[in-house]
Ligand binder design. Structure first.
Ligand SMILES: *Cc1c(COP(=O)(O)O)cnc(C)c1O
Length: 609
């Protein structure tokens, strides 16, 4: 039996019971039962489920670990956090974050004008808003408007030009002046795929010379009392804790220096995001090398140590980790539509009265295979198939012979896999890669797992059921886009094995996990596959409730969303059918009704058999 690395990536959020994957929370519903509920409402296609309790769990864990570290280290500053909207801006995610974070005064971070508008309307008064990224005068003015409207907002400047604009705005209007932060450019860089945000050649931040210049400017314009925060962010999904420690030492010393210069109002240090999420399902390749406990105590200890050494009051700590908070809350569930190598079924064998001798031998190997001889027989079979394929190329055997040979060899390999312990045979693993099954999933990788397409980021994937039997089929996953990049290939180093299911007889559902960070708005409508159906699942002691239903866009709305006039499109289709010949009026009307129904359905496939 296999647990698909649940003990590695799942953080005890799920358990396997009676062959099904269940939420490890309160009434512990199985994911299969939830998805069957949804499909009973005639909702077809991929479905994204959101679980607010998993957001709560992460927020709790972040605050609890930092608060504990603060207590243990006798640290004098407070801990605060904001959620970076870039990681997931969709309303059902953001509203869940605000709801679950209420008791902590959890705020929002914005990196663009549109995100700032969301932050200004959704952040509860009293909770923090931080603003990063490049800003023009309008965006900075929005920050003043937010401050005037009662928000606790910090505009973090990415360059001196932004500071000059802030000075201009302050002199031009009487709006309340927001707090000002400075993003510092560190010479310490992060690690991992996303680590391009730190280092001297980074896109963001002020050099030490520019920081000194900024303080001068602030003082000159009588704004120094608004300078409250320094900020850095060394990159998302930090794989190693060493670079963040280095960055903390650097930023901590900059903070202390500034305090000892003239920046007396400076009171907080914002350490950005970076907390990693486990995406790996295989024990030999973990995504990162630290725990939230180690991370929080390192941050608190180091900052305390640096400040004590320089005789500076401990700053309040802010974090902006979003991936850590939101990744686990969303699961993408996709039905499998087809298994592509199913046609190598034994029942499709069609022998002749007289078969080529090598085929007769394959038949015998297949019949006599047992756990003692299987490796030897397998080798014979592989040898025979090579010869048979050559015979076919030379015209000595026909297509039926070739088909029989391929079915027999597939069967021998399959049986061998059942009969031996796969782990012991590297050769067998390799063979599995060669005979891998292609599982066609009713989803678009471009839409729902764009980081796989763009960065080859794998996400944990597993079936929701059949978990009491050992999966033996080496699997690659094909999505339904007409693009060969829409495939998650079989990786012999990190293999995925799935079950041998007859899709004509039963459904088979796969779940992709930890898809709550970045994927949704990064996802693209390639081939015009749009956002999947989505539901929020609120679990209580007696069951669960499905809320916030959003069905995947219907066909007419899809074409409208890229600029077509959906009414014109509809009348065009209707007229052409109306004016067509050779069918009865009744059949015409029935067909029109059918067309209308189809246009109201979403763009994913509807049938699983
Ligand atoms: C993207 C970003 C974050 C979020 O980081 P994660 O590590 O992905 O959670 C935080 N702060 C800033 C400034 C960012 O640009």
């Amino acid at each position: 039996m296999q647990n698909f690395g649940l003990d590695i990536w799942a953080n005890k959020n799920f358990i396997i019971e009676n062959g099904e994957l269940k939420l490890n929370y309160k009434s512990m519903p199985s994911l299969l039962s939830i998805i069957e509920d949804i499909r009973a409402k005639d909702v077809k296609g991929p479905t994204l489920l959101r679980f607010p309790h998993l957001i709560k769990k992460q927020i709790n864990s972040l605050y609890a670990n930092f608060d504990k570290a603060i207590l243990e280290n006798g640290y004098k500053g407070s801990f605060n956090a904001v959620f970076p909207l870039k990681v997931n801006q969709l309303p059902n995610a953001v509203e869940a974050i605000i709801e679950q974070g209420k008791e902590f005064n959890y705020g929002l971070e914005a990196g663009s004008k549109a995100e700032l508008i969301i932050a200004m309307s959704k952040t509860p008064t009293g909770a923090k808003i931080t603003v990063n990224g490049f800003k023009d005068k309008e965006m900075l003015t929005l920050g003043f408007i937010a401050a005037q409207s009662g928000h606790d907002i910090t505009l973090t400047i990415e360059g001196l030009g932004e500071l000059e604009t802030i000075i201009d705005i302050a002199s031009e209007c009487n709006l309340k002046i927001p707090d000002i932060g400075i993003r510092v450019r560190l010479h310490s860089a992060g690690s991992g795929t996303w680590a391009k945000s730190g280092g001297m050649d980074a896109k963001f931040g002020l050099t030490s010379t520019e920081i000194i210049e900024a303080v001068k400017l602030l003082k000159q314009h009588n704004l120094l009392q608004h300078f409250k925060m320094i900020h850095f962010h060394i990159g998302s999904q930090m794989s190693d804790i060493a670079p963040i420690k280095k960055a903390l030492r650097e930023a901590g010393n900059i903070y202390a220096e500034l305090k000892n210069m003239e920046a007396t109002s400076l009171c907080s240090i914002n350490i950005g995001g970076g907390l990693a999420v486990e995406y790996n399902q295989h024990s030999h390749s973990k995504s990162y090398n630290y725990s939230i406990k180690e991370f929080s105590s390192s941050v608190v200890f180091l900052l305390g140590e640096i400040m004590d050494a320089k005789g500076v009051k401990h700053p309040d700590i802010f974090t902006e980790s979003g991936r850590f908070i939101i990744a686990s809350h969303a699961i993408l569930i996709t039905p499998v539509l087809e298994l592509f190598s199913q046609d190598y079924q034994e029942k499709l064998l069609n022998f002749k009265k007289v078969n080529p001798p090598l085929i007769e031998e394959l038949r015998e190997l297949n019949n006599l295979l047992n756990n003692k001889n299987c490796i030897e027989y397998l080798h014979d079979a592989l040898d025979h198939i090579e010869s048979l394929l050559t015979l076919f190329d030379l015209g000595y055997i026909d297509l039926q012979d070739r088909s029989n040979a391929e079915i027999l060899v597939h069967n021998i390999i399959k049986k061998t896999l059942y009969l031996t312990n796969v782990d012991n045979y590297i050769e067998l693993e390799q063979l599995q890669a060669n005979i891998q099954e292609r599982y066609l999933i009713n989803a678009s990788i471009f839409q729902s797992l764009p980081d796989y397409w763009g960065l080859k980021q794998r996400f944990p994937v597993m079936p929701l059921h059949h978990l009491d039997s050992t999966p033996l089929r080496a699997a690659s996953l094909w999505d339904i886009t007409c693009d060969s990049d829409g495939e998650i290939d079989f990786d012999a180093d990190k293999p995925l094995y799935l079950h041998d299911i007859n899709i004509d007889d039963e459904d088979y559902f796969l779940g992709f996990f930890n898809v709550g960070a970045y994927q949704e708005t990064l996802g693209m409508n390639h081939n015009l596959f749009t956002h999947p159906n989505e539901y929020t699942v609120e679990i209580d002691d007696n069951g669960y409730k499905l809320t916030n239903t959003i069905e995947s866009k219907n066909l007419l709305d899809i074409v409208e969303s890229i600029g077509y006039d959906k009414k014109l499109i509809y009348t065009n289709l209707e007229e052409k059918l109306q004016n067509s010949d050779f069918i009865t009026e009744k059949e015409k009307n029935d067909t029109l009704a059918k067309l209308e129904l189809y246009l109201q359905q979403n763009g994913y496939l509807r049938t699983t058999n």
